[in-house]
Design a protein around this ligand. Structure first.
Ligand SMILES: *[C@@H]1O[C@H](CO)[C@@H](O)[C@H](O)[C@H]1NC(C)=O
Length: 354
């Protein structure tokens, strides 16, 4: 395994207890370091101790609670129980809320999938956004308005909204969200748009141009950042991608980062490689002035979605299932600390939200 001398330094330094992710990310010039949290873990005290620690996580994303299947399971019947449980934790802890997501093909109730008329779909999207974004109005620093609209091969994903409205559903969703919650930063969010420049990134760039010129108010692009240890995109590739998105929007962010091992159990060398892979992501963000923050898709292996989605893979998070911090955590802290002390982002635009 090739490990640069600089990278070894990130792995080696001992981290004092006071050095925590969000505190250091802000000192280094980012707006936040955040995590997704999910409803099934909220009664676990070990979990909540870390989730509520505002020096670790300045931003919270509800992993599932705000998705369509939870917020409007049947037409006109809105439910905010799951989303509110997480929004309230963020509020009580003084953390910002990064909201997720309004229009997505997955976890979409069957009644929406069976709508084919353009006008009817447009009314349904309007009502959904006015209700959900209206309910959370003033609480969301960011909204992932449209999630995963593109296929890996660059085609528009043939989802129910696209079938009914074509690309206009994207423009319409952004316009409606902006009218409903004008203070939130509005994002397009997707996966496999990190490594410059695959067909999906190219298609996403042209989709963004199309909808922005049709009047969609898009502030940011969220790169989800799910990847595999040893096969993650490099800092250079991610910076190149962010520079391209940055030509079209004000800000970019990593929104769902986890880097999974494809072989379990892991060795110490695997865990060091994972640390280097995480460092590439954080480094790419730090070196991109428009990159505002990083969110990990849950922080402990105990509740990671990966083993359920990719059987045999896992241990993708910064904390293991017993709440021990991994080398990846230490490496990120060391990188943020050195970025903070070198003033790498001193000229970055300060957050307008907080
Ligand atoms: C994406 O676009 C760039 C130029 O803008 C081009 O060099 C590259 O080959 C394209 N990638 C694919 C997979 O089409």
């Amino acid at each position: 395994m090739q490990i640069s001398r600089l990278a070894v330094a990130y792995l080696a330094v001992v981290v004092p207890a006071s050095c925590q992710l969000d505190k250091l990310a802000k000192a280094a010039g980012l707006q936040y370091f955040g995590t997704a949290i999910d409803n099934p873990s909220l009664n676990n005290q070990n979990y909540m101790r870390v989730a509520r620690d505002i020096s670790e996580f300045g931003s919270i994303t509800p992993a599932n609670g705000q998705k369509w299947s939870n917020t409007q399971p049947s037409q006109g019947r809105f439910s905010y129980t799951s989303g509110d449980s997480i929004a309230n934790i963020a509020k009580q802890s003084g953390q910002q809320l990064r909201c997720h997501t309004l229009v997505w093909y997955n976890q979409l109730p069957g009644w929406v999938s069976s709508v084919y008329g353009k006008d009817q779909m447009q009314r349904i999207i309007t009502a959904h956004i006015q209700n959900v974004a209206g309910h959370y109005k003033g609480q969301c620093t960011h909204w992932d308005v449209v999630n995963e609209a593109m296929e890996d091969d660059g085609r528009y994903r043939n989802n129910p909204m696209y079938r009914a409205m074509g690309v206009d559903y994207i423009t319409h969703a952004f316009k409606t969200t902006a009218q409903t919650d004008p203070a939130a930063r509005l994002y397009y969010n997707d996966f496999n748009i990190e490594r410059c420049c695959n067909a999906k990134i190219n298609a996403t760039l042209s989709m963004l141009k199309t909808v922005i010129s049709a009047g969609a108010p898009i502030h940011g692009v969220g790169m989800q950042g799910h990847s595999r240890v040893g096969k993650s995109p490099s800092k250079r590739e991610m910076k190149e991608t962010m520079a391209k998105f940055g030509e079209l929007v004000d800000e970019v962010a990593f929104t769902e980062v986890d880097i999974r091992h494809t072989k379990l159990p892991t060795t110490a060398a695997d865990r060091d490689q994972q640390a280097l892979d995480y460092v590439e992501v954080v480094g790419a963000c730090l070196e991109t002035p428009k990159c505002v923050g990083i969110t990990v898709w849950d922080f402990t292996d105990q509740y990671s979605w990966i083993p359920g989605q990719y059987p045999g893979e896992g241990e993708a998070c910064l904390w293991d299932r017993n709440y021990n911090k991994k080398p990846a955590y230490t490496a990120i802290v060391n990188l943020l600390q050195s970025a903070a002390s070198s003033g790498l982002r001193a000229s970055a635009t300060p957050s307008s939200f907080r």
